[in-house]
Structures are given as C-alpha cells and as structure tokens.
Design a protein around this ligand. Structure first.
Ligand code: NAD
Ligand code: MG
Length: 407
C-alpha cells in the first residue's frame, strides 16, 4: 500500500526546535514520516535520532562530522540512511522532490540558503529560523508567492498571530488595527541595570519560562529576540512596523494578540511549550496531539502586562530602526547581533556590550535594497567583519591594565 504519510525534512534536527519536532512526530507516526535530518556537527545526537527515525538522508554541515557519522552508520546499514554534507547537502534535502514539509530550525543566518532552497522548491515551510526572514525580507516573501510555497510560522508569537488572524487571513482584508507582540522580558526584567555588566552566559541563558538554544536565550535576555520578531512579523503579516507594539507579559501565557478596527482583541493562549506551535503548523489546517497539557486557569495566579522599557532593552529601539529602514539595516543588525552574542557566550565581551556592538554596526550601514540572496549575503558578511573588528577593540580596551585598576 502506498505510504500516505507526509515526508518531513528537519533542518537543525539536533537543536531545541528539532528535538521538539521529533517528539510531536513520534506522537503522530501515522501521519508523518521523517525524510531527512540535518545538523551542524553534533554526531552523537544525530546518530541517536537516525536510529530512532530511520531517515532516508542525514546531513552534517561539517564534513568531518559527516565522515564520522558515515563510519558509525556502517554498523547499522539496515537503516538505509545516506549521509550527505555541506551546504549542498542541506539544500538537497530541503528541496528534494519527495519532501512535503520542511521544518526550518537552523539557528542564525546559516539557515538562509537551505530555507530559501525549500521556498524555491515550493515546499510547505514551517519557519522557526526567524533570522532568514529578517535578513531577506521582501525577497523571501516574493519567492514564497512566486514558487507557490506555503509559509507557516513556528515562532510562538507569530504562530499565535497567525491563529488570531483566522488562519492567516490577510491583515489588510481582515481590518487589523494593531498587532501586540508579547514577550516575557527574559531573565533580567527586574535585575538592576548597573549589574548588567556582570551578567554571565549561564545567567543569560536561564530563561524563566522557555527552554531554548543558547543564541535565542541570550536574544531573549537582551530582548533582541523581540526586536527580530518585530521585523519577522512585519514581513509575515504585511503590516507596517508602527502597527506592531511590544507588550511585556512575564507569565508567557498569552503568546500574542491582534486588535481589530472594531475594538475586538483576539489573543492566543497556551503553555510556553514549542510543541504546540510545531504541532499546529505540522497539521494545519487540522489539529493533532502535541503532548502539551492544557492550561489550568484555576491554578493561574494572575496575568500581567506592561510596556517594554527601552532604556533597559535598547535592542528594541535598534530593531524598530532596522524595521523602518532599508533591508540592509535588518541584515546588518542581525549579523552584528549573531557575532556579538557568540562573543558574549565565549566570554570575550560583556552582556552590556551586545547592544553597543549592534548599534555601532547599524550606524555604519549604508542604505541598500539587495535584489538577490547573494547581495544579502555580501551585506551580511561585511557587517560580521565590522562586528568582529569592534569586538577586538572592546577586548583591547578591557584588557588595558589602567582600565582594570579603575574598574
Ligand atoms: P539550537 O541552537 O538549539 O539548534 C540549532 C540547530 O541548528 C542545531 O541542530 C544545529 O546543529 C544547527 N546548526 C547550527 N549552526 C549551523 C550551521 N552553521 N549550519 C547548519 N546547521 C547549523 O537552536 P534553537 O533554539 O532550536 O533555534 C532554532 C531556530 O528557531 C532559531 O532561529 C530560533 O530563533 C528559532 N526559534 C527557537 C525557539 C525555541 O524555543 N528554541 C522558539 C522560537 C524560534
Ligand atoms: Mg518567539
């Protein structure tokens, strides 16, 4: 009998979103079949996932990791899994003719090319990798239309907005006045501003409500994540940035809201668990079990909402500037942020240096509207270089003996 299950490629399978996706698929094995899994270099996790799901392809971005996986899989030839590597391997499994759904869950700008490969092949794309849309904006959305791809947001706020817009009805047609993008405020919502210079990577990654990869955890602590989400929402729902408002909501129960012209506000609620939006996008327009328990309203104490503090979280302002400016601003801000976050995680710069690096690179960015993805990547590479140079300067400044004595 023909296999009618949808064949799924998971780009970034070994990460937080990838693992949650595999959990949802495991609960719904009669509807979904894993076609391909990809990762950067985590061979152990990839081997474990291959043994559990028997995919047709496993792709390691890193060549050495691919060779290692191939060796390990030799002892399990009955799996029938072929190992590929590099960018070519990622794009191959994102655009393969047999694939139905592509979960875009690579972190950062590295996700742009494989996600675009899926778009150009007209796939159903479950988008977690917000950075790819932030970087390419209009080009990405035009490619979705041109190639008749289906784009569904996995990011919890955007998934919520999509649901509040009656399954993706156009925001113009449906009389939307405002989109309220909620965010918990991260681990440092109440921490004294003076002590931001002492924040450690461990503290920054300890999100109060969500368990996520390191990069997005740091982005939540600076609220750059909410800023990237503003740019993401602007493209996904075709609204102007000034129609999107940040709302701090520490409990992460309301995942975002849409306010209509007639005064009605529609909110989407649920546990802070990414398996819900993942299941929603996998099954859309149907509903499936995600393994997430329902909200218990009787056990809930209160839901709080407050304005975002733009002094505490300057990255929000930078993102608004980028959202309102030419595409080159969003590319540069995203690139600088990726480099700054990695430098912070590597303990080369402090937490409070992240917005400084981001702002300086943004200030130096020329106005440009790239016409191709290659042009996007050229602007991206330039901004990364500037950010790295700046980080070197910050390090030299910090290591100067006089400076240390004064500190
Ligand atoms: P993660 O760090 O846990 O996982 C990232 C995955 O990408 C891993 O499988 C890794 O092997 C792969 N990867 C990393 N660098 C790569 C490279 N250069 N080339 C190819 N593959 C590479 O990240 P995550 O938390 O799962 O986030 C993934 C994406 O989803 C991000 O864009 C993030 O903003 C978005 N997102 C995550 C969450 C969440 O709850 N984790 C929520 C909303 C959106
Ligand atoms: Mg989000």
């Amino acid at each position: 009998m023909a296999d009618i299950r949808r064949k799924v490629t998971i780009l970034g399978a070994t990460g937080s979103i990838g693992i949650s996706t595999l959990e949802v698929i495991r609960l719904n094995q009669s509807a979904f079949n894993v076609f391909a899994l990809t990762a950067n270099s985590n061979v152990e996790k990839m081997l474990e996932q291959c043994l559990a799901t028997k995919p047709r392809f496993a792709v390691m971005r890193n060549d050495e990791a691919a060779a290692k996986l191939r060796e390990l899989l030799k002892q399990n030839q009955n799996l029938g899994t072929e190992v590929l590597s590099g960018d070519a391997g990622l794009s191959h499994v994102a655009s393969h003719g047999d694939v139905d759904d592509v979960v875009a869950a690579i972190v950062g700008g590295a996700g742009l090319k494989p996600t675009m490969a899926a778009v150009e092949a007209g796939k159903k794309i479950l988008l977690a990798n917000k950075e790819s849309l932030v970087m390419s904006g209009r080009l990405f959305m035009e490619a979705v239309v041109k190639n008749e791809a289906t784009l569904l947001p996995v990011d919890s706020e955007h998934n919520a907005i999509f649901q509040c817009l009656a399954n993706g009805a156009s925001s113009h047609a449906s009389g939307v006045r405002k989109i309220m993008l909620t965010g918990s405020g991260g681990p440092f919502l109440r921490r004294s501003l003076e002590s931001f210079v002492d924040v450690t990577p461990t503290e920054a990654c300890a999100h109060p409500n969500w368990s996520m990869g390191q990069k997005i955890s740091v982005d939540s602590a600076t609220m750059m994540n909410k800023g990237l989400e503003l740019i993401e929402a602007r493209w996904l729902f075709d609204v102007s940035p000034d129609q999107i408002e940040f709302v701090v909501h520490p409990q992460s129960v309301v995942h975002s809201m849409v306010e209509y012209n007639d005064g009605a506000v529609v909110a989407q609620m649920g546990q802070p668990d990414m398996r819900t939006p993942i299941a929603h996008t996998l099954a859309w327009p149907e509903r499936i079990d995600s393994g997430v328990p329902a909200l218990d309203f009787m056990a809930m104490s209160k839901l709080e909402f407050e304005a975002a503090d733009l002094v505490r979280f300057p990255c929000l302002l930078l993102a608004r500037r980028a959202a309102e400016g030419p595409q080159s601003y969003a590319i540069a801000l995203n690139a600088a942020n990726e480099i700054a976050v990695q430098a912070f995680l590597d303990e080369l710069i402090g937490f409070a240096d992240i917005p400084i690096v981001n702002e300086t690179v943004l200030d130096d960015t020329a106005d440009a509207e790239p016409a191709t993805i290659d042009e996007v990547l050229t602007i991206d590479a330039g901004a990364r270089k500037s950010a790295l140079r700046l980080i070197e300067q910050i390090k030299c400044e910090r290591d100067r003996p006089g400076r240390r004595e004064n500190a």
